[in-house]
Design a protein. Structure first.
Length: 289
């Protein structure tokens, strides 16, 4: 087995964890490679010494942001991603440190589930393209006022509203910015996109879930400064008044590794702080009758 390790070596805890993971894999006769700029620090071969198709798994040490950067920076490596969580929430990077070595043993024994997750593609009026794992965001940027956006879904008019912007999220991104803006949580393998207005002027403008086969066209209508487009919080474009930004399902996907010892709903309860308590659990049957 060959794995590629991606750790943020500027963080001491990530670097130390990376060394421990390398030692663990060596003990289990697993070959480990890493990025060119990290190979000397870790004392292991660089990615350039192996073909992309030879890599069985990508090991990400960080948070969900580390996984996003991994997908964007290494699109030619199609191996499933194993997310080790050093961040705050970590819905994709869902391996906690206390379960690390048990999970890595499960990985070696192939006691895993591989999820194929969808991505989205965005295109500006001028033909510039971008891809996203989590979300595309059209935001008012430096404009001091709310902006007017018109949305069509597969050529059919949906709505025009005033807001700070709009988020188009995948299921993977539904627990990120979209959730903070009031959007619903989608299970990771659901085939859907969610359209979530950001601070709309009218509270009746609610998030809506659509099929990913449907193209979404967002037109910027306000006669103000250009608005900003970000994808996964990494890169950005600007579009001017009357420009249209089109979002569709990408032909690209990415794979995440999950483990039988943890399911999405238990992760959700833990990360969201849900108690799971029954309201009357402390009462006996006589008190309930």
């Amino acid at each position: 087995m060959k794995v590629a390790l991606f750790a943020n070596i500027t963080k001491k805890e990530s670097f130390e964890l990376g060394k421990n993971i390398i030692a663990f894999f060596r003990d289990h006769e697993v070959e480990v490679v890493t990025r060119e700029d990290e190979s000397k620090n870790f004392g292991i071969p660089s990615l350039s010494t192996v073909k992309p198709e030879e890599i069985d798994f990508l090991i990400s040490c960080g948070g969900d942001g580390t996984i996003l950067r991994l997908v964007h920076h290494f699109p030619h490596i199609l191996a499933p991603i194993v997310g080790i969580n050093l961040g705050h929430l970590g819905f994709m990077a869902d391996i906690p440190l206390e379960d690390l070595y048990e999970s890595l043993e499960d990985l070696i024994k192939k006691k895993i589930i591989i999820q194929n997750r969808l991505m989205m593609e965005g295109m500006t009026t001028s033909g510039e393209k971008c891809f996203a794992v989590n979300e595309m965001v059209i935001h008012r940027a430096k404009n001091p006022s709310l902006i007017d956006l018109s949305i069509h879904v597969d050529g059919t008019y949906l709505d025009t509203f005033s807001a700070d912007g709009v988020i188009i999220a995948t299921p993977s991104g539904s627990t990120a910015y979209s959730l903070a803006a009031g959007g619903p949580i989608l299970t990771p393998e659901l085939e859907a996109f969610v359209i979530t207005p950001i601070s709309p002027h009218t509270i009746s403008n609610r998030p809506i879930v659509i099929l990913p086969k449907e193209n979404i066209e967002v037109q910027y209508l306000s006669p103000y400064e250009p608005v900003e487009i970000t994808y996964d919080g990494i890169s950005r474009y600007n579009i001017a008044t009357n420009d249209v930004f089109t979002i569709s399902r990408s032909s690209r996907t990415f794979k995440m590794v999950s483990f039988a010892r943890r399911d999405f709903f238990s992760t959700l309860r833990k990360k969201m702080g849900w108690s799971g308590r029954v309201r009357y659990s402390s009462l006996n049957k006589e008190e309930l009758s």
